[in-house]
Design a protein around this ligand. Structure first.
Ligand SMILES: Nc1ncnc2c1ncn2[C@@H]1O[C@H](COP(=O)(O)OP(=O)(O)OP(=O)(O)O)[C@@H](O)[C@H]1O
Length: 347
């Protein structure tokens, strides 16, 4: 499977191009109104561009010579922010609807529905009707419904946006499992989604592609305003032991593990530079994280100064703190952050 999209929509001032390789998950990021939903709608066939070309797996879905494949014939499934389940059907029949429409027999469609419900950890929800499902449960059933049509390409439009922060991690974990090896385009606002779910990031700004590349590169060296803003978070990647993530260079950060699961494995600890306090030497008797780091750069950032370090973690402090601590490149200092301010995710 490969996807190639070029699309210009004059009245929306959107002109974008996107490629998705086989088995690749591409996260599309960008501020409100950047054109993310427009791009998904073009691929799904819900919107016809003024100019362009959409080719999925060698099949032209749209082009300037008049080619047009209807949405239901595209081999594309869209998971929106809201589950949009049929309210009069139970979860199993919602999921079986796609296979039934594709001509499968009742028993076979039911088996497919049971299979996909189990894949999204919703095997026990088959008999429930949508009003009896929580937001997170409904979204998992909607994901099963999208997968049950066995789409060539899965489109996800901010699938976690309408969920409570408390239930989003469970869906993210399911997505991580079902997206592995699949081709998908994931629209999101959330920095964790590309980090945990995507191979590549495309940043849209003002209807144009502002930058794109492998997730780790874009977040490590952001060139667009938007990527810089989200990439401002500290992320320590390493091995999880209990509630601590230890990086290859020995830096260890204790945090709140956001999802249930195995006590060890690869993980990332995420915390904001504004949650970090800077000390000249380790403060005594503190149960908090104390990270010994070497200052490499002091960058003015509005009314704060971002203290960057060789260990790739940053702290935002006031200019007076910079003066009090006489901070300068090359200096060894201690970054202190409460474990409660650090979110730990398995990757
Ligand atoms: N139905 C519509 N009719 C006309 N213009 C629209 C319509 N929907 C969106 N637009 C415009 O198209 C541009 C891209 O919007 P789009 O909804 O694709 O952005 P987005 O990145 O998905 O934003 P958000 O994060 O807010 O969902 C914006 O200028 C927007 O005002």
């Amino acid at each position: 499977m490969t996807l190639h999209v070029e699309a210009a929509l004059t009245d929306r001032d959107v002109e974008v191009a996107l490629d998705v390789a086989d088995g690749e998950v591409v996260a599309v990021l960008g501020p409100n109104g950047a054109g993310k939903s427009t791009l998904l709608s073009v691929v799904a066939g819900l919107l016809r561009p003024d100019r362009g070309r959409v080719v999925l797996d060698g099949r032209v879905l749209f082009d300037d010579s008049g080619a047009w494949v209807a949405p239901h014939d595209r081999g594309v499934a869209l998971l929106a922010q809201d589950a949009l389940l049929f309210p009069h059907l139970n979860a199993r029949d919602n999921v079986a609807f796609g296979p039934r429409s594709a001509g499968r027999g009742r028993a076979e469609a039911r088996r497919a529905a049971e299979h996909w419900l189990a894949e999204v950890d919703a095997a026990d929800l088959g008999d429930r009707r949508p009003p009896e499902l929580s937001g997170g449960q409904a979204q998992r059933v909607a994901l099963a419904r999208a997968l049950a049509v066995e789409p060539t390409l899965l489109l996800l439009d901010e699938p976690m946006a309408a969920l409570d922060v408390a239930v989003a991690p469970a869906l993210r974990q399911v997505l991580r499992r079902v997206l592995a090896g699949r081709s998908a385009v994931l629209v999101t606002h959330d920095v964790l989604d590309p980090l945990l779910l995507a191979d590549r990031v495309v940043v849209l700004e003002d209807g144009r592609v502002a930058e794109q590349g492998p997730t780790s590169e874009v977040l490590a060296r952001p060139r667009s305003r938007f990527a810089a803003r989200i990439a401002g978070l500290n992320m320590v990647r390493g091995r999880l032991h209990g509630t601590a993530v230890t990086a290859a260079d020995g830096l260890a950060v204790e945090g709140r593990v956001e999802e249930p699961g195995a006590p060890s494995g690869d993980a990332v600890a995420v915390f904001s530079p504004s949650a970090v306090a800077v000390f000249p030497r380790p403060p005594g008797g503190s149960p908090r994280n104390v990270l010994e780091v070497t200052v490499t750069e002091l960058e003015p950032l509005g009314d704060r100064v971002r203290v960057r370090t060789r260990e790739q973690v940053s702290a935002d402090v006031t200019p007076s703190a910079v003066a009090d601590l006489a901070l300068a490149p090359g200096q060894r200092v201690c970054f202190v952050v409460k474990a409660s301010e650090v979110a730990v995710y398995r990757v």
